[in-house]
Design a binder for this molecule. Structure first.
Ligand SMILES: [Zn+2]
Ligand SMILES: [Zn+2]
Length: 333
């Protein structure tokens, strides 16, 4: 007999800890696969959903949008994957393919977007279902634990990095966590000089950044020896947008990679003068995913991971909140 119920960490109400529960194993509908989840990355966005910074999640909800597992069931219409194949499920869980954004190649802005672990159930559970069109085959060189953070920290980090533009020689990274440590390696590989900015005084993360090839690492209150051409803000702190704007060279762009941040303080126009830009990045496209998962093993991007058991998901979230982690948190299921 196949099991009918599974263990999952359930979000029943925002601002309350997740609860371990036994829930029915989801059944795939047309075009969907059923995954036996093996690992799932923990992302700052999970904290934003938990804390109520992001409104109106599906409730009760299974969080987690960096889902790694093997195909355990297929519904009619599934043609890309076979039983037993290892695949990954990212944040982008569904688009309608027909709205004006989808039609012009910006499916990340789809009017009817559904997101894994937010408006769809995610991977903090033994099983998950996903629309096969949005799943990715995963590079075989990575273990299930290593590959999980590539699915959001990697993919959305990659989109953020690409938004910095092609002509960037010196790249500032504010917030050197899961996404920062992945993107620094890619930027290095592409011949860019990385300037890593951490919380003031966080010498441990600064040495971690240098170890991963950063040209310079220091506190966000310090001035680097050269002005970055672009800066990625990967911490949810609005004031860093202004700090980064002050630091970038003429024509520089400051890109926020997160889905939520604290308010951005007002700033004098001269900081934006000389064609500086501030912008955000929302979600990802499938093309971002395909490009990044192709280039990551070539670098090769290595992920620093702290793993937790499924039932310790609350602990993983708290460690992420307090900044205790170098790299990424991953649940093993
Ligand atoms: Zn994420
Ligand atoms: Zn659409």
């Amino acid at each position: 007999m196949e099991p009918k119920v599974m263990r999952a960490m359930l979000l029943e109400k925002q601002r309350e800890p997740l609860k371990l529960a036994a829930v029915p194993i989801p059944e795939p509908s047309e075009g969907q696969v059923l995954l036996r989840v093996s690992t799932c990355g923990v992302c700052r966005t999970d904290l934003h959903i938990l804390d109520g910074d992001l409104a109106e999640p599906k409730l009760p909800l299974i969080l987690g949008h960096q889902v790694v597992g093997t195909v355990a069931g297929l519904e009619a219409g599934v043609s890309r994957f076979s039983l037993g194949q290892r695949i990954g499920v990212p944040w982008l869980g569904y688009t309608d393919s027909t709205c004006r954004y989808c039609l012009r190649g910006q499916e990340n802005l789809c009017d009817n977007l559904k997101c894994t672990g937010y408006t769809l159930d995610g991977g903090f559970a033994e099983y998950a279902v996903a629309d096969e069109r949005f799943c990715f085959p995963l590079p075989p060189v990575y273990t299930d634990i290593e590959v999980a953070p590539l699915l959001c920290a990697g993919l959305i980090g990659y989109r953020t990095y690409r938004m910095a533009g092609e002509h960037v020689e010196r790249l500032g990274i504010y917030g050197f966590g899961a996404a920062g440590h992945i993107i620094a390696q890619l930027a290095n590989f592409e011949g860019k000089r990385v300037f890593a900015f951490t919380r003031p005084g966080d010498v441990e993360t600064q040495s971690f950044a240098r170890h991963l090839g950063a040209y310079w690492a220091g506190g966000s209150d310090e001035s680097p020896p050269e002005l970055p051409d672009a800066a990625l803000v990967l911490a949810p702190v609005g004031a860093l947008m202004v700090t980064a704007l002050k630091a970038v060279a003429k024509g520089g762009v400051v890109v926020s990679g997160g889905i939520h941040m604290t308010d951005i303080p007002s700033f004098p126009y001269h900081l934006l003068w000389e064609e500086r830009t501030i912008r955000s990045v929302a979600n990802l496209t499938r093309q971002d995913g395909e490009e990044f998962l192709k280039i990551a093993p070539q670098v090769p991007v290595r992920t620093a991971v702290t793993s937790y058991r499924l039932e310790d998901a609350n602990l993983a979230l708290e460690d992420l909140r307090s900044g205790k982690l170098d790299g990424a948190a991953v649940l093993t299921i």
